[in-house]
Ligand binder design. Sequence first.
Ligand code: TYM
Length: 333
Amino acid sequence: MEESKKTLYSAVQPTNSLTIGNYIGAIKNWVSLQNDYNCFYAIANMHAITVRQNPAELRKNTLSLLALYIACGVDPEKCTLYIQSHVPAHAELCWVLNTFTYVGEMERMTQFKDKSAKHADNINMGLMDYPVLMAADILLYGADVVPVGLDQRQHLEIARDIAQRFNNVYSPTFTVPEGVYMKHGAKINDLLDSTKKMSKSAENVNGSIFLSDDRDTVLRKFKRAVTDSGSEIKYDPDNKAGVSNLLTIYSVFAGKTIPEAEKQFAGVGYGEFKLAVGETVADKLAPLQAEQARLLADKAYLDGVLKSGAEKASYAARKTLSKVYKKIGFYQI
Ligand code: TYM
């Protein structure tokens, strides 16, 4: 780990198949930032169980997600890749931070309200405590920056508040993290409803492109994507939300800027445009899926990555936790 570099932290929950929203809003950024920061990338399985999971699937999704990180270009030689539950300090710091967090502010969290409505039969304490565990994740590693999608902004703000609160009561202990959001792509919307974010758990799977979708499925979903009135292919999120969303997706997958994409599609009809977006995405997903499958066949390699990741992460996390325990007055031997 290079001392001169700043620290970066992020994580994804190993639930369902990831969407291109997760890729564009988070993982793609991780790859471009991995040379400039000391990066910790976790698989947030402790967050995942706040919604009931099938154990066999959770286990399978965990390894699949690690393989996906690596297939997307996250380099385990440069970054620390690990499973959240392998580092007990996350749960331990979460407990301490709970005593610096108010019930009222957790009840006001948008995601808590949304998930409570969606899982009305299981509004468990973990669901409410979710942002505090996320704060513990970030603060344990002294993260300077946290690249996430816009849906995580509120959680990041609360992590900053908790850090500052603790620092004010004791003395500067935690680095106050900054969120990093993509200029375009921090919120990729559902293909069938441009007012909603694309989600792993959307009710209608046709609005989400999963990273595991095959070519025909990708083309079919883009073909059905909503566009807007008019016929111009122009980036204008307020008036042309559907087309703007597609332009954002295209620009990321084609490696072009939005103005370049607009120029390319000037005078082109919506049908042809949607086909081009679908083909570009499908062309990128195929090699990624093949590499993920190749990695998943080498379980010994993946386990090795996780073992070394857990060791590196535990070392860094323990250092912070023991500082915290000392400050709050926990007797240490
Ligand atoms: P999760 O698993 O829901 O999503 C993973 C990442 O994908 C981003 N994202 C999107 N970005 C753009 N458009 C979308 N439609 C879209 N949907 C999801 C999310 O913002 C996120 O960056 N709580 C986190 C995981 C987590 C975490 C952390 C993140 C746990 N601890 C500490 C950062 C730091 C989550 O559930 O992400």
